[in-house]
Each structure stands twice: as structure tokens, then as C-alpha cells.
Design a binder for this molecule. Structure first.
Ligand SMILES: [Zn+2]
Length: 316
């Protein structure tokens, strides 16, 4: 939920000016607060621990907000200059704990380019944001077991006595972005989490690829880009090797088939061989080779027979 504060005070202006190229005055910026996330159970039956909220507090400082998780430069219009965790005394979470939320204060430079965004925030059209982060540890709220390491029998969303089972997200390793989500098109509203299941780069890469497969928009760090580039290079090498292997197989099949059926025109053989996949080519090659080996075998046996006859003859 976004709340507008309109004009910054002196202290806020100082915080904002840490991120600006030249000091801005209070009339040049538009400020607002936004709840990034809280410790309540979300639609994925997950909740951040309060520890996780405090960890994200410093990570979100200076992060720019984008529209609908589209990280192109012209979308990066708002920047977080202050972030804090607050408790709402009169509110409890669904699992009956004290309610905490992570609130960010952000500014937008007042300029014609940002007018529409400011109007949409003021009018309540833009009132939600979603965040994206990497989580290192996840626990079952019922038994406390690490949900990645030991799968317990508790099912998230199910009630055990008075307790709703949910996954507690703890130990945040990174936050990637926060994004305005236009209402009512809230397709991506909510929190996008990635889990460092194996706590390594390989897992993060798997995660990125999984999110891409699902069609989610994500922000990549410079290191992510390098890793994706390495992966593409490796895949290209493998694809080239595969291509060479396939071409060799095709040549072998064409050669063997032409020997076996010399009356079939080569363009017809080429045409059906080009349509075969690797498994078909391998099966075909094996069959043709076995046939030829059997022929050789027969030939060899007959010559052996011939030899033995000769030897017998000789023996006589
Ligand atoms: Zn459990």
C-alpha cells in the first residue's frame, strides 16, 4: 500500500540527496511511503521472519523501483531513500503473532516524464508494489525443520491444532528489485522469492532459469549476466558438437544405405535421412551395420569352411 507524503522535510531531503547527482530542493521531489512486505502469511503460504524484514531493511536502501518488473532504464523512476521495520500494535498476523512490516520511503524527481506516475500514485491507481528477493533458509512453522533439507509431513496452508502451517522465510541474501504494480492488472502483485536451496551460484542460476521459463520478469545482476553468458557459450559448444555428430551419423547412414540399396536415388536417401532425429539415425546405422556384419560373418564362415575343407583336403 502506497501512502503519499508530498513534501520532504530537511532530514528527508538530506537522505534523498545522498543519491542525487546534485542536491535537490524540496520542490523538486515527490515522496511517498510504501509497504514492501510484512511478516504475515502470503498467498504462497509463506511468511518472512521479522529477522528477514530487518535484513531487507538495509538491502533496499538506494534500490530503484520499476514498473511491472520491467527493468529498462526509463522505467527506473523512484528510489528508496529510507527504510524501516514497524510494528502495528493493533494488528496480529494470521498465525497470531505481532505484526511487523517493512516500509520504504521513496522519492521521484518532479519532471514532466514522471507526471503520469505521480498522478497515478496520488489517485490510487498505482497502489501496490511487489518485491523480489533471494532467500537462504526456509523453515516449517509447525516443526521448525528446514523445508529444503528435511521434508517434514506438514502441509503449508493446513491447520494443525490452532496453528496454520506455513513456510517461514529467513536469512535473505539479496533483494533484486521492487516494482509498482498497476491496479487492476495485478498479475504480478505479491512477492517474488527465489530460494538459495543449495546456497550456491548454481542454484541461483537454476532459479533464474526457472523464473524465465515461467515468464516472470527478473532483474539480473552483472554477475548473473556473466553466468548466463557462460552457460550460453557452453550450450553453444555442446550444440555445435551435437551438430557435427549428427552430420557424421547422417553421412554414415547415407553411405551404408547407398551400399545396401544402390538402386534408390541418392536425393531420396538424403531427403529421408535429413528428416531423422539422432535416435532414428543411430538405430538405422546400427541396423545397417549389423546387416553388413552378418554378411561379413557369413562370408567369413564360408571362407573358414573353405579353409577347413582345404585343410581336410590337405590332411588327406
Ligand atoms: Zn513441519
Amino acid at each position: 500500500m502506497i501512502q503519499t507524503n508530498s513534501v520532504p522535510n530537511e532530514q528527508e531531503l538530506q537522505l534523498i540527496n545522498k543519491y542525487t547527482r546534485r542536491p535537490l530542493n524540496k520542490d523538486e521531489v515527490y515522496i511517498f511511503s510504501v509497504v514492501l512486505c510484512d511478516n504475515d502469511i502470503d498467498r504462497d503460504n509463506e511468511s518472512f521472519s521479522t529477522n528477514a524484514l530487518y535484513q531487507m531493511k538495509s538491502m533496499f536502501l538506494g534500490k530503484t523501483g520499476i514498473f511491472d518488473h520491467n527493468p529498462s532504464a526509463e522505467n527506473q523512476t523512484a528510489r528508496i531513500y529510507d527504510c524501516y521495520v514497524e510494528q502495528l500494535k493493533d494488528k496480529k498476523t494470521a498465525y497470531n503473532s505481532d505484526y511487523y512490516r517493512l516500509v520504504a520511503k521513496a522519492y521521484i524527481p518532479k519532471c514532466s516524464r514522471n507526471n503520469d506516475l505521480i498522478i497515478s500514485i496520488d489517485s490510487g491507481i498505482t497502489k501496490e508494489v511487489s518485491v523480489s528477493c533471494a532467500v537462504n533458509n526456509t523453515f516449517c512453522s509447525i516443526c521448525g525443520s528446514d523445508t529444503h533439507q528435511n521434508k517434514c509431513s506438514h502441509k503449508a496452508g493446513k491447520k494443525y491444532g490452532n496453528n496454520i502451517c506455513h513456510t517461514i522465510l529467513d536469512s535473505i541474501t539479496d533483494v533484486y528489485e521492487w516494482s509498482f504494480v498497476a491496479v487492476p492488472a495485478q498479475k504480478q502483485a505479491g512477492i517474488i522469492k527465489s530460494y538459495n536451496k543449495y546456497k550456491g551460484d548454481a542454484y541461483r542460476m537454476d532459479n533464474i532459469l526457472e523464473l524465465i521459463k515461467k515468464g516472470k520478469c527478473i532483474t539480473l545482476s552483472e554477475d548473473d549476466c556473466k553466468q548466463i553468458n557462460d552457460k550460453i557459450n557452453k550450450l553453444e559448444t555442446l550444440a555445435n558438437d551435437g551438430q557435427v555428430y549428427k552430420q557424421d551419423l547422417q553421412k554414415s547412414v547415407i553411405r551404408l544405405y547407398s551400399l545396401d540399396k544402390p538402386t534408390i536415388p541418392s536425393n531420396i536417401i538424403n531427403s529421408f535421412v535429413s528428416k531423422m532425429d539422432i535416435d532414428e539415425l543411430k538405430a538405422f546405422k546400427n541396423a545397417l551395420e549389423n546387416q553388413n556384419t552378418n554378411n561379413t560373418q557369413i562370408f567369413y564362415n564360408s571362407s573358414k569352411t573353405m579353409n577347413s575343407i582345404k585343410n581336410n583336403d590337405f590332411n588327406i
